[in-house]
Design a protein around this ligand. Structure first.
Ligand code: BGC
Length: 423
């Protein structure tokens, strides 16, 4: 069973190679490329951005509106923050097809209203982090290509999301708030890390969903470097196992987001549930575990894997022997390890692309998200995979946590757009 989730060194290297080749194919708009390589129309911040901006962070389990003061030199202060879950069972649900675009954007406008205490006087520019594949022709507007992460709200796909937001702000009476920038959450993470630390050219989210962006240097081409949202969760040059295939079959968007469905927090619990069912002789059943369940199982390093036994009993009603509990924890470990190794391979493919024919430079990879932050064994597996793939270059690269990067990045995008417009 563990073998189904094992990726050896050679397979890992091939994934990193294929990922880089797919990046090039996607950039060149070649048929057969699986990476969307979407333009963000943003470069890196100068570090001098300052002023007070609003940020709206939409795209995961929670939505957040923040008022952020940028002070320049990598300094900032969160002046206010409102966070709400997108679903409150029995009360509201702004994820499923039960909701319409209008209802969802009205909800977002009401949260923005709360973040500015109902102020209708002060003029605010708002940066919007919208974390789904979106086509842009400038930094101010983004058209949703397709929902991911099992979102299904009606009437948003194919629409310009900032138009929907602007209309909702008007309905809410917030004509003093102007959304002027919309970016992916990975782009927000990269902007925030580059503002605070420098030496960062790759930004990623490892949470409910997964994706990575990077600063494409456009070597030898008369184009300024631009952050590209790869939509790496859509990478498909992989070998899915029987559980991946079964999960894809029952997902909202069959055939899409194949890498994401193998690695992201939204899906790891479900993969575990299917593999566990097979172990228990109930193949075909899909037990409902979450990635938080996996996290709890892995936190327990005790000999008897008691946490695994307790969680499995709660979800399936089956009691495990200590020996079986240890095996089950092993399964959870291998699902997490596979997830991390796949992501590490895509990071390495990206490092190779940035380096071009030169050397890999010393740098950070900024990552935000609960799986990266809280799941045991993630950092260890990442480091190991970097060593396998990069050898002597591995110590040049580290991953840094960019908590809250989505909000800060959105504020930076609003500031960068304002400056560009003033020029
Ligand atoms: C979306 C990306 C996003 C990622 C992390 C994916 O499902 O397609 O745009 O960056 O989730 O939130």
């Amino acid at each position: 069973m563990k073998a189904a989730f094992t990726i050896d060194d050679d397979a890992l290297r091939k994934i990193a190679d294929d990922f880089r080749a797919d990046m090039c194919a996607g950039l060149a708009g070649k048929e057969g490329a699986t990476l969307r390589m979407l333009r963000s129309y943003a470069g890196l911040p100068s570090g001098k951005e300052h002023g007070s901006f609003l940020a709206l962070d939409f795209g995961g389990t929670n939505v957040r509106a923040l008022r952020i003061l940028l002070k320049g030199g990598g300094e900032y202060e969160v002046l206010s923050k409102v966070a709400k879950p997108l679903t409150l069972p029995g009360v509201y649900d702004y994820v499923s097809a039960d909701a319409t675009a209008e209802e969802m954007f009205d909800f977002l406008a009401s949260i923005i209203d709360e973040a500015i205490d109902g102020n209708r006087e002060t003029k605010y520019l708002l940066g919007h982090t919208f974390s789904f594949p979106s086509a842009q022709t400038n930094i101010s507007d983004a058209r949703l290509i397709i929902w991911t992460k099992e979102f299904a709200v009606r009437g948003v796909e194919g629409e310009v999301v900032n138009d929907l937001l602007r209309a909702a702000l008007v309905r809410q009476g917030l004509t003093n708030v102007t959304p002027n920038a919309v970016i992916n959450d990975t782009v927000a993470v990269l902007l925030s890390a580059a503002y605070v630390h420098g030496d960062t050219k790759i930004g990623a989210i490892y949470a409910t969903g997964h994706n990575t962006c990077y600063l494409e240097p456009y070597v030898g081409m008369a184009q300024p470097p631009m952050i590209i949202n790869m939509e790496s969760g859509g990478f498909r040059k992989l070998l899915p196992n029987r559980f991946d295939a079964a999960l894809d079959e029952v997902s909202e968007k069959k055939g899409e987001q194949r890498l994401e469905k193998m690695v992201a927090g939204r899906y790891m619990g479900a993969l575990f549930g299917m593999a566990l069912a097979e172990l228990m002789g109930k193949a075909g059943r899909a037990y409902d575990f979450t990635s938080i369940d996996l996290s709890r199982m892995l936190e327990d390093t005790g000999e008897k894997a008691q946490a695994a036994a307790t969680i499995v009993e709660t979800v399936t009603g089956e009691m495990l022997s200590a020996e079986d509990a240890v095996r089950v924890r092993g399964l959870a470990r291998s699902i997490v390890a596979r997830s991390v190794r796949l992501i590490a391979a895509t990071f390495v493919g990206t490092l190779w692309q940035i380096a071009g024919s030169g050397e890999i430079r010393r740098q950070h990879i900024a990552v935000d998200g609960a799986v990266y932050e809280k799941m045991p064994l993630v950092k260890e597996n990442l480091t190991r995979a970097f060593f396998e793939l990069l050898g002597a270059d591995a110590p040049k690269v580290d991953t840094i946590l960019a908590v809250g990067g989505s909000g800060l990045g959105a504020a930076l995008a609003a500031a960068m757009t304002e400056r560009a417009e003033q020029r």
